[in-house]
Design a protein around this ligand. Structure first.
Ligand SMILES: Nc1ccn([C@H]2C[C@H](O)[C@@H](COP(=O)(O)OP(=O)(O)OP(=O)(O)O)O2)c(=O)n1
Length: 152
């Protein structure tokens, strides 16, 4: 992975996809990088990520009290999750960049600001009144239902 860590200006999903593909190919690991194996590896890394937060209770945003080593460890586990996710997507023939942009669009349709501002309700419950949603939830005023489909 030489060259990526030192570079300014961030990295793209496509660069990471290529890096992982090269990493696997150079080691003759394509044989192990099957969808199922990668999914299990991803879940394992999510477990390792969870372990970092386990038993700590709620922690403040930005993790101000964490040691540098703890934050570094967190960065490593987050990276493992991302790398396996990117590799899994690639091996499954999913263009993750395209898929994630489409998903963001769908999320915006499912969760219109007008309906969900200040509310953590699932979209399927957004039009139910509750005293726990800060009064933000209401009814859908347009002709579209909550999934963005035209009801008419
Ligand atoms: N067959 C493999 C094994 C590893 N990796 C890559 C992807 C992950 O970023 C990282 C995972 O390596 P480890 O399984 O050694 O897991 P950790 O890095 O979390 O090490 P440890 O479990 O010792 O904390 O290496 C991979 O692509 N394919």
């Amino acid at each position: 992975m030489t060259g990526v860590a030192e570079r300014e200006g961030g990295v793209t999903l496509e660069e990471l996809r290529k890096k992982m593909a090269d990493f696997g190919r150079e080691r003759d690991w394509d044989q192990f990088h099957s969808p199922r194996n990668l999914l299990l590896a991803l879940v394992g890394e999510v477990g390792e990520l969870s372990e970092i937060f386990q038993w700590r209770g709620e922690v403040p945003r930005g993790l101000p009290d964490w040691k540098d080593e703890e934050k570094q460890h967190l960065g490593e586990e987050l990276s493992d999750v991302l790398l396996y996710l990117i590799r899994l997507s690639d091996i499954c023939g999913i263009d993750l960049g395209k898929a994630v942009l489409k998903k963001l669009e769908l999320n915006a349709i499912k969760y219109p600001v007008k309906l969900c501002k200040g509310s953590s309700k699932k979209h399927t419950h957004l039009n139910e009144g509750s005293s726990h949603d800060g009064g933000a939830a209401g009814t859908i005023e347009s002709g579209n239902n909550i999934n963005g489909e035209d009801k008419s």
